[in-house]
Design a protein around this ligand. Structure first.
Ligand code: PLP
Length: 396
Protein backbone atom coordinates (compact mmCIF):
# COMPACT_ATOMS: atom_id res chain seq x y z
CA UNK A 1 0.00 0.00 0.00
CA UNK A 2 1.26 3.45 -0.86
CA UNK A 3 1.58 5.97 1.93
CA UNK A 4 1.23 8.87 -0.48
CA UNK A 5 -1.97 10.86 -0.11
CA UNK A 6 -4.13 9.96 -3.03
CA UNK A 7 -4.27 13.38 -4.72
CA UNK A 8 -2.81 12.42 -8.11
CA UNK A 9 -3.81 9.91 -10.76
CA UNK A 10 -0.17 9.25 -11.60
CA UNK A 11 1.09 7.67 -14.81
CA UNK A 12 2.93 4.36 -14.30
CA UNK A 13 6.43 5.64 -14.96
CA UNK A 14 9.31 7.01 -12.86
CA UNK A 15 12.33 8.75 -14.28
CA UNK A 16 15.86 8.39 -13.05
CA UNK A 17 17.67 11.04 -15.08
CA UNK A 18 17.43 13.37 -18.01
CA UNK A 19 19.44 15.31 -20.54
CA UNK A 20 18.09 18.25 -22.52
CA UNK A 21 14.64 17.38 -23.83
CA UNK A 22 15.00 13.69 -22.95
CA UNK A 23 14.13 11.68 -19.83
CA UNK A 24 15.12 8.11 -19.01
CA UNK A 25 12.89 5.80 -16.97
CA UNK A 26 13.84 3.07 -14.50
CA UNK A 27 13.95 0.49 -17.29
CA UNK A 28 16.29 2.59 -19.39
CA UNK A 29 13.67 3.74 -21.93
CA UNK A 30 14.11 7.26 -23.32
CA UNK A 31 11.20 9.68 -23.60
CA UNK A 32 10.95 12.94 -25.51
CA UNK A 33 9.73 15.50 -23.01
CA UNK A 34 7.16 17.80 -24.63
CA UNK A 35 5.86 18.99 -21.27
CA UNK A 36 8.98 20.09 -19.33
CA UNK A 37 7.45 19.45 -15.90
CA UNK A 38 4.46 21.58 -16.97
CA UNK A 39 6.46 24.58 -18.15
CA UNK A 40 9.13 24.32 -15.48
CA UNK A 41 12.24 22.80 -17.08
CA UNK A 42 12.81 25.51 -19.68
CA UNK A 43 16.51 24.68 -19.83
CA UNK A 44 15.69 21.01 -20.26
CA UNK A 45 17.08 18.44 -17.86
CA UNK A 46 20.54 18.56 -16.30
CA UNK A 47 21.67 21.68 -18.12
CA UNK A 48 25.42 21.62 -17.42
CA UNK A 49 25.72 25.33 -16.62
CA UNK A 50 22.78 25.26 -14.23
CA UNK A 51 23.96 22.06 -12.60
CA UNK A 52 27.41 23.50 -11.98
CA UNK A 53 26.01 26.74 -10.56
CA UNK A 54 23.62 24.90 -8.22
CA UNK A 55 26.37 22.55 -7.04
CA UNK A 56 28.63 25.51 -6.35
CA UNK A 57 25.85 27.34 -4.48
CA UNK A 58 24.84 24.28 -2.46
CA UNK A 59 28.47 23.82 -1.47
CA UNK A 60 28.56 27.37 -0.14
CA UNK A 61 25.14 28.48 1.12
CA UNK A 62 21.60 27.08 0.76
CA UNK A 63 19.57 28.95 3.36
CA UNK A 64 19.99 31.80 5.78
CA UNK A 65 16.80 33.77 6.53
CA UNK A 66 14.94 36.82 5.31
CA UNK A 67 15.96 38.53 8.51
CA UNK A 68 19.38 38.98 6.82
CA UNK A 69 20.32 40.44 3.47
CA UNK A 70 20.52 37.82 0.73
CA UNK A 71 22.75 38.97 -2.13
CA UNK A 72 21.42 36.42 -4.64
CA UNK A 73 17.88 37.63 -3.89
CA UNK A 74 18.83 41.26 -4.40
CA UNK A 75 20.55 40.44 -7.68
CA UNK A 76 17.57 38.44 -8.98
CA UNK A 77 15.14 41.21 -8.02
CA UNK A 78 17.34 43.69 -9.93
CA UNK A 79 17.34 41.42 -12.97
CA UNK A 80 13.56 40.88 -12.91
CA UNK A 81 12.92 44.60 -12.54
CA UNK A 82 15.29 45.34 -15.42
CA UNK A 83 13.37 42.86 -17.61
CA UNK A 84 9.88 44.02 -16.60
CA UNK A 85 10.38 47.74 -15.92
CA UNK A 86 8.59 47.16 -12.60
CA UNK A 87 10.01 48.22 -9.25
CA UNK A 88 9.94 45.63 -6.48
CA UNK A 89 9.86 41.88 -5.97
CA UNK A 90 8.72 39.59 -3.16
CA UNK A 91 10.02 36.03 -3.50
CA UNK A 92 7.89 33.05 -2.56
CA UNK A 93 8.13 29.30 -3.27
CA UNK A 94 5.45 28.57 -5.86
CA UNK A 95 2.97 30.11 -8.26
CA UNK A 96 0.12 29.79 -5.79
CA UNK A 97 2.12 31.54 -3.12
CA UNK A 98 3.19 34.37 -5.42
CA UNK A 99 -0.47 34.76 -6.39
CA UNK A 100 -1.63 34.66 -2.79
CA UNK A 101 0.74 37.58 -2.21
CA UNK A 102 -0.77 39.41 -5.18
CA UNK A 103 -4.24 39.00 -3.66
CA UNK A 104 -3.03 40.32 -0.32
CA UNK A 105 -1.58 43.27 -2.20
CA UNK A 106 -5.00 44.03 -3.75
CA UNK A 107 -6.65 43.90 -0.33
CA UNK A 108 -4.07 46.29 1.11
CA UNK A 109 -4.39 48.53 -1.94
CA UNK A 110 -8.15 48.68 -1.31
CA UNK A 111 -7.69 49.50 2.36
CA UNK A 112 -5.23 52.26 1.51
CA UNK A 113 -7.61 53.75 -1.07
CA UNK A 114 -10.81 53.73 0.95
CA UNK A 115 -12.22 50.52 -0.56
CA UNK A 116 -11.73 47.90 2.13
CA UNK A 117 -13.92 45.41 0.28
CA UNK A 118 -11.77 45.46 -2.85
CA UNK A 119 -13.08 43.21 -5.61
CA UNK A 120 -10.88 41.66 -8.28
CA UNK A 121 -12.22 40.86 -11.73
CA UNK A 122 -11.02 37.38 -12.72
CA UNK A 123 -11.54 35.23 -15.80
CA UNK A 124 -13.47 32.15 -16.74
CA UNK A 125 -11.09 29.21 -17.31
CA UNK A 126 -8.41 31.00 -15.28
CA UNK A 127 -5.94 28.99 -13.22
CA UNK A 128 -4.23 30.74 -10.33
CA UNK A 129 -3.49 27.96 -7.85
CA UNK A 130 -4.81 25.73 -5.10
CA UNK A 131 -4.55 27.77 -1.92
CA UNK A 132 -7.97 28.87 -0.73
CA UNK A 133 -7.77 32.40 -2.15
CA UNK A 134 -6.13 31.43 -5.46
CA UNK A 135 -8.65 28.61 -5.79
CA UNK A 136 -11.46 31.11 -5.34
CA UNK A 137 -9.97 33.09 -8.24
CA UNK A 138 -9.50 29.97 -10.36
CA UNK A 139 -12.16 29.30 -13.00
CA UNK A 140 -12.38 25.53 -12.60
CA UNK A 141 -15.53 24.48 -10.76
CA UNK A 142 -14.12 20.98 -10.48
CA UNK A 143 -11.05 22.25 -8.59
CA UNK A 144 -13.15 24.44 -6.29
CA UNK A 145 -15.80 21.85 -5.49
CA UNK A 146 -15.83 20.68 -1.88
CA UNK A 147 -13.66 23.52 -0.57
CA UNK A 148 -16.38 26.08 -0.09
CA UNK A 149 -16.75 28.49 1.59
CA UNK A 150 -13.91 30.13 -0.32
CA UNK A 151 -12.64 33.66 0.28
CA UNK A 152 -14.78 36.32 -1.37
CA UNK A 153 -13.71 39.32 -3.41
CA UNK A 154 -13.87 38.01 -6.97
CA UNK A 155 -16.09 38.79 -9.93
CA UNK A 156 -15.72 36.30 -12.77
CA UNK A 157 -16.15 37.32 -16.41
CA UNK A 158 -15.47 35.61 -19.76
CA UNK A 159 -11.86 35.83 -20.98
CA UNK A 160 -11.10 38.25 -23.83
CA UNK A 161 -14.45 40.02 -23.39
CA UNK A 162 -13.85 43.71 -22.67
CA UNK A 163 -17.54 44.61 -22.44
CA UNK A 164 -17.97 42.01 -19.68
CA UNK A 165 -15.21 43.68 -17.64
CA UNK A 166 -16.78 47.10 -18.14
CA UNK A 167 -20.21 45.79 -17.15
CA UNK A 168 -18.87 44.07 -14.03
CA UNK A 169 -17.16 47.25 -12.91
CA UNK A 170 -20.26 49.36 -13.55
CA UNK A 171 -22.31 46.93 -11.48
CA UNK A 172 -19.83 46.91 -8.60
CA UNK A 173 -17.98 50.11 -7.63
CA UNK A 174 -15.73 48.17 -5.25
CA UNK A 175 -13.59 46.85 -8.13
CA UNK A 176 -9.89 47.52 -7.57
CA UNK A 177 -8.10 45.11 -9.87
CA UNK A 178 -8.31 43.04 -13.04
CA UNK A 179 -6.40 39.76 -13.00
CA UNK A 180 -5.69 37.46 -15.89
CA UNK A 181 -3.16 35.22 -17.59
CA UNK A 182 -1.73 36.66 -20.80
CA UNK A 183 -2.16 33.14 -22.18
CA UNK A 184 -4.33 30.71 -20.28
CA UNK A 185 -2.50 27.42 -19.79
CA UNK A 186 -4.69 25.07 -17.75
CA UNK A 187 -7.65 26.85 -19.35
CA UNK A 188 -6.81 25.33 -22.73
CA UNK A 189 -3.97 27.43 -24.25
CA UNK A 190 -6.11 30.45 -24.96
CA UNK A 191 -4.26 33.57 -26.08
CA UNK A 192 -5.61 36.96 -24.98
CA UNK A 193 -6.14 39.29 -27.90
CA UNK A 194 -3.55 42.13 -27.92
CA UNK A 195 -6.23 44.82 -28.40
CA UNK A 196 -8.11 43.43 -25.43
CA UNK A 197 -4.99 43.56 -23.24
CA UNK A 198 -4.34 47.15 -24.30
CA UNK A 199 -7.95 48.10 -23.61
CA UNK A 200 -7.69 46.54 -20.13
CA UNK A 201 -4.57 48.62 -19.50
CA UNK A 202 -6.47 51.79 -20.49
CA UNK A 203 -9.45 50.85 -18.35
CA UNK A 204 -7.24 50.20 -15.33
CA UNK A 205 -5.42 53.52 -15.87
CA UNK A 206 -8.68 55.44 -16.11
CA UNK A 207 -10.00 53.93 -12.87
CA UNK A 208 -6.80 53.54 -10.84
CA UNK A 209 -7.30 49.75 -10.76
CA UNK A 210 -4.38 47.36 -10.68
CA UNK A 211 -3.76 45.38 -13.86
CA UNK A 212 -2.36 42.08 -12.64
CA UNK A 213 -0.99 39.43 -14.99
CA UNK A 214 -0.34 35.87 -13.87
CA UNK A 215 2.77 34.87 -15.80
CA UNK A 216 3.37 31.69 -13.81
CA UNK A 217 2.95 29.44 -16.83
CA UNK A 218 3.39 31.76 -19.82
CA UNK A 219 6.32 33.81 -18.45
CA UNK A 220 10.11 33.28 -18.57
CA UNK A 221 10.53 33.07 -22.37
CA UNK A 222 7.91 30.38 -22.84
CA UNK A 223 6.01 32.31 -25.52
CA UNK A 224 9.10 33.66 -27.28
CA UNK A 225 9.14 36.85 -25.21
CA UNK A 226 10.26 37.13 -21.61
CA UNK A 227 6.63 37.62 -20.55
CA UNK A 228 3.39 36.83 -22.35
CA UNK A 229 1.92 40.31 -21.87
CA UNK A 230 4.77 41.78 -23.94
CA UNK A 231 3.01 40.55 -27.10
CA UNK A 232 0.44 43.31 -26.42
CA UNK A 233 3.11 45.94 -25.70
CA UNK A 234 1.69 46.76 -22.26
CA UNK A 235 3.12 47.00 -18.76
CA UNK A 236 1.04 45.57 -15.91
CA UNK A 237 1.12 46.90 -12.33
CA UNK A 238 1.61 43.45 -10.85
CA UNK A 239 2.92 40.22 -12.31
CA UNK A 240 3.54 36.85 -10.74
CA UNK A 241 6.16 34.31 -11.76
CA UNK A 242 7.14 30.78 -10.75
CA UNK A 243 7.51 27.55 -12.80
CA UNK A 244 10.24 28.38 -15.36
CA UNK A 245 12.00 30.91 -13.16
CA UNK A 246 13.95 28.35 -11.14
CA UNK A 247 14.21 25.57 -13.74
CA UNK A 248 12.85 23.13 -11.16
CA UNK A 249 14.17 24.67 -7.96
CA UNK A 250 11.00 25.98 -6.28
CA UNK A 251 10.64 29.75 -6.50
CA UNK A 252 7.79 32.20 -6.99
CA UNK A 253 7.88 35.96 -7.43
CA UNK A 254 5.40 38.75 -6.88
CA UNK A 255 6.55 41.75 -8.90
CA UNK A 256 4.97 45.18 -8.45
CA UNK A 257 5.29 48.61 -9.99
CA UNK A 258 3.15 51.54 -11.09
CA UNK A 259 0.15 51.99 -8.84
CA UNK A 260 1.01 48.86 -6.87
CA UNK A 261 4.46 50.02 -5.82
CA UNK A 262 4.95 50.37 -2.08
CA UNK A 263 1.57 48.83 -1.22
CA UNK A 264 3.06 46.15 1.01
CA UNK A 265 5.45 47.32 3.71
CA UNK A 266 7.39 45.91 6.66
CA UNK A 267 5.41 43.26 8.53
CA UNK A 268 2.73 42.89 5.84
CA UNK A 269 4.06 39.70 4.30
CA UNK A 270 6.83 37.17 4.80
CA UNK A 271 8.15 33.66 4.26
CA UNK A 272 10.76 31.35 5.73
CA UNK A 273 12.07 29.77 2.53
CA UNK A 274 11.11 32.30 -0.14
CA UNK A 275 14.01 33.99 -1.89
CA UNK A 276 16.67 31.77 -0.37
CA UNK A 277 20.18 31.76 -1.84
CA UNK A 278 19.81 28.46 -3.72
CA UNK A 279 16.47 29.28 -5.34
CA UNK A 280 17.58 32.77 -6.32
CA UNK A 281 20.83 31.45 -7.75
CA UNK A 282 18.70 29.06 -9.84
CA UNK A 283 16.65 32.05 -11.01
CA UNK A 284 19.71 34.13 -11.84
CA UNK A 285 21.37 31.32 -13.77
CA UNK A 286 18.14 30.48 -15.59
CA UNK A 287 17.70 34.05 -16.82
CA UNK A 288 21.38 34.29 -17.74
CA UNK A 289 21.35 31.05 -19.73
CA UNK A 290 18.10 31.96 -21.53
CA UNK A 291 19.78 35.16 -22.69
CA UNK A 292 23.15 33.59 -23.44
CA UNK A 293 21.61 30.81 -25.54
CA UNK A 294 19.07 33.09 -27.23
CA UNK A 295 16.19 30.90 -26.07
CA UNK A 296 13.53 33.55 -26.69
CA UNK A 297 14.23 33.35 -30.40
CA UNK A 298 14.47 29.56 -30.18
CA UNK A 299 11.10 29.28 -28.42
CA UNK A 300 9.50 31.44 -31.08
CA UNK A 301 11.08 29.56 -33.99
CA UNK A 302 10.50 26.07 -32.58
CA UNK A 303 6.93 26.94 -31.66
CA UNK A 304 6.21 28.06 -35.20
CA UNK A 305 7.87 24.95 -36.56
CA UNK A 306 5.82 22.61 -34.36
CA UNK A 307 2.53 24.38 -35.12
CA UNK A 308 3.31 24.33 -38.86
CA UNK A 309 4.19 20.63 -38.58
CA UNK A 310 0.85 19.82 -36.98
CA UNK A 311 -1.03 22.07 -39.41
CA UNK A 312 0.41 20.01 -42.28
CA UNK A 313 -0.18 16.69 -40.51
CA UNK A 314 -3.81 17.54 -39.72
CA UNK A 315 -4.63 19.34 -42.97
CA UNK A 316 -8.30 18.84 -43.81
CA UNK A 317 -9.00 16.93 -40.59
CA UNK A 318 -12.27 18.29 -39.20
CA UNK A 319 -11.74 16.58 -35.83
CA UNK A 320 -8.87 18.95 -35.12
CA UNK A 321 -10.72 22.10 -34.09
CA UNK A 322 -7.67 24.35 -33.74
CA UNK A 323 -3.91 24.45 -33.36
CA UNK A 324 -3.00 27.49 -31.30
CA UNK A 325 -0.58 29.10 -28.90
CA UNK A 326 2.47 31.28 -28.88
CA UNK A 327 6.09 30.13 -28.84
CA UNK A 328 6.42 26.84 -27.00
CA UNK A 329 3.01 27.02 -25.36
CA UNK A 330 0.96 25.00 -27.81
CA UNK A 331 -2.59 23.67 -27.75
CA UNK A 332 -4.28 21.29 -30.17
CA UNK A 333 -8.02 21.21 -29.60
CA UNK A 334 -9.93 18.16 -30.75
CA UNK A 335 -13.68 17.83 -31.20
CA UNK A 336 -13.84 15.18 -28.45
CA UNK A 337 -12.39 14.35 -25.02
CA UNK A 338 -8.89 12.98 -25.53
CA UNK A 339 -7.29 12.42 -22.11
CA UNK A 340 -6.45 8.87 -23.21
CA UNK A 341 -3.90 10.28 -25.64
CA UNK A 342 -1.59 11.00 -22.71
CA UNK A 343 -1.18 7.25 -22.07
CA UNK A 344 -0.91 6.47 -25.75
CA UNK A 345 1.82 9.09 -26.14
CA UNK A 346 3.62 7.67 -23.11
CA UNK A 347 3.64 4.28 -24.82
CA UNK A 348 5.21 6.04 -27.83
CA UNK A 349 7.79 7.55 -25.44
CA UNK A 350 6.45 11.07 -25.71
CA UNK A 351 5.39 13.18 -22.71
CA UNK A 352 2.35 15.39 -23.27
CA UNK A 353 -0.66 16.59 -21.33
CA UNK A 354 -4.36 17.14 -21.99
CA UNK A 355 -6.25 20.01 -20.40
CA UNK A 356 -9.92 21.06 -20.54
CA UNK A 357 -10.72 17.46 -21.60
CA UNK A 358 -10.05 18.03 -25.28
CA UNK A 359 -6.97 20.23 -25.61
CA UNK A 360 -3.60 18.55 -26.07
CA UNK A 361 -1.07 20.76 -24.30
CA UNK A 362 2.57 20.89 -25.33
CA UNK A 363 5.15 22.83 -23.31
CA UNK A 364 8.52 21.51 -24.47
CA UNK A 365 11.79 22.78 -23.00
CA UNK A 366 12.97 26.08 -24.49
CA UNK A 367 16.19 24.34 -25.55
CA UNK A 368 14.67 21.89 -28.05
CA UNK A 369 16.23 21.83 -31.48
CA UNK A 370 14.63 21.43 -34.91
CA UNK A 371 15.10 17.66 -34.98
CA UNK A 372 13.37 17.29 -31.61
CA UNK A 373 10.58 19.68 -32.65
CA UNK A 374 9.95 17.53 -35.74
CA UNK A 375 10.08 14.39 -33.61
CA UNK A 376 7.28 15.70 -31.38
CA UNK A 377 5.10 16.06 -34.47
CA UNK A 378 6.24 12.71 -35.88
CA UNK A 379 5.33 10.86 -32.66
CA UNK A 380 2.08 12.64 -31.85
CA UNK A 381 0.41 13.24 -35.23
CA UNK A 382 -0.20 9.54 -36.06
CA UNK A 383 -1.62 8.95 -32.58
CA UNK A 384 -4.08 11.81 -32.99
CA UNK A 385 -5.07 10.69 -36.49
CA UNK A 386 -5.68 7.15 -35.26
CA UNK A 387 -7.56 8.48 -32.21
CA UNK A 388 -10.07 10.39 -34.36
CA UNK A 389 -10.28 7.53 -36.87
CA UNK A 390 -8.47 9.26 -39.71
CA UNK A 391 -6.18 7.33 -42.06
CA UNK A 392 -2.51 7.51 -41.15
CA UNK A 393 -0.53 9.77 -43.47
CA UNK A 394 2.31 8.15 -45.35
CA UNK A 395 5.54 10.09 -45.65
CA UNK A 396 5.80 11.68 -49.12
N1 PLP B 1 -0.88 30.30 -12.10
C1 PLP B 1 -0.83 29.65 -13.28
C2 PLP B 1 -1.11 30.41 -14.54
C3 PLP B 1 -0.54 28.29 -13.32
O1 PLP B 1 -0.51 27.65 -14.49
C4 PLP B 1 -0.28 27.61 -12.11
C5 PLP B 1 -0.01 26.16 -12.09
O2 PLP B 1 -0.28 25.44 -12.99
C6 PLP B 1 -0.33 28.33 -10.92
C7 PLP B 1 -0.62 29.67 -10.95
C8 PLP B 1 -0.06 27.66 -9.60
O3 PLP B 1 1.32 27.46 -9.49
P1 PLP B 1 1.89 26.39 -8.43
O4 PLP B 1 1.44 25.05 -8.88
O5 PLP B 1 3.38 26.58 -8.50
O6 PLP B 1 1.37 26.75 -7.09
Amino acid sequence: MSHLMNTYARLPVAFTHGKGAWLTDEDGHEYLDALAGIAVNGLGHAHPKLTAALAEQAGRLIHTSNIYRIREQEALADRICALTGLDEVFFANSGSEANEGALKLVRMYGHKHGKPEAQTIVMEHAWHGRTLATLAATGSEKARKGFEPLPSGFIRVPYSDLAAVERAATDDPRVQAVWLEALQGEGGIRVADADYMRALRRLCDENAWLLMVDEVQCGIARTGKWFGYEWAGIKPDVITLAKGLGSGVPIGALVAGGLARGTLGPGNHGTTFGGGPLACRAGLETLRIIEEEDLLANADAMGQRIRAGFAAAFDGLASVVSIRGQGLMIGIELDRPCADLVKQALASRLLINVTQDRVIRLLPPLVINGREADEIVARLAPLVRAFVGAPIQRAA
